[in-house]
Design a binder for this molecule. Sequence first.
Ligand code: 8YV
Length: 308
Amino acid sequence: MQKPHVLQITSYPAWDQIALDATYTMHGLWQNPALSDIGPQIQAIATSGGAGVASEIIQACPNLKLIAIYGVGYDGIDLALCRARNIQITNTPDVLTGDCADLAIGMMLSLARQIPSADQHARSGAWQTASFPLQRRVWGARAGILGMGRIGQDVATRLAGFGMDIAYSARSEKALPYRFIPDATALASHADFLFVTAAATPDTRHIVNAATLKALGADGFLINISRAANVDESALLDALESRQIAGAALDVFDAEPHINPRFVPLQNVLLQPHHASATQQTRRAMGQLMRDNLAAHFAGQPLLTPVL
Ligand code: 8YV
């Protein structure tokens, strides 16, 4: 039997690639396949949350029926186009929730307690002549969570262990033991630590902007593990440079993997390479779920985790 043709947008760990190659004829986009030739053969696309799929690629594949995402975010895909073309989409929710929440907590602690600089202080010998400066206490502080989906809720559960006063914004109030503050700027005024965990949609674009940052204030920290589009990056850079906010910890950037050079000299920012879900265990589970969705599709079975 002929193996189905699958267009692959990004690279995967070897264990996934071996399994995909065994089952499908994979066409890596980075190998510059002539889409005008192979486009009509492509029945599915495998991509990642960050990479998505450009609409021109979808248009070049007239027989495309499924886009399987290795990741939870589907903001990089034109949903209206897929709906109109009857193309289904799957993602990998749940399996990555705990890792994303773990990194958010790690980023909060690293930023507030300046753990990377403290390491440098001990490592460099600077400790022999000077104590490390006093830092900001985390436990008991006020947290704001912008976006109370699975990841936001897992962040909240962890923050409760730090005795934090937790509030959140979401499209609607949820049956949760935290204060609901619908407006993002009002949430920022409440927060010492503002976590951005919302899925990126046209409605959330730059939901953290100059006004939100002003409300967060000189003692407030921003932690973004969602998508760069949720934050107005140039307003954030202005706020960090002028110390209008205390600091930011970021896992996502407008031009990632390129980082705006204005971030580099800032001491009040912690920079992370979009790796919230990047543990061995979670990436294995994400790869398995993506492949299970592909397999279900080609077997004519219900998809495990459909978005569309
Ligand atoms: C991954 C993500 O970085 O889940 C998402 O939407 O952005 C991340 O978990 C990505 O999908 C894997 O490369």
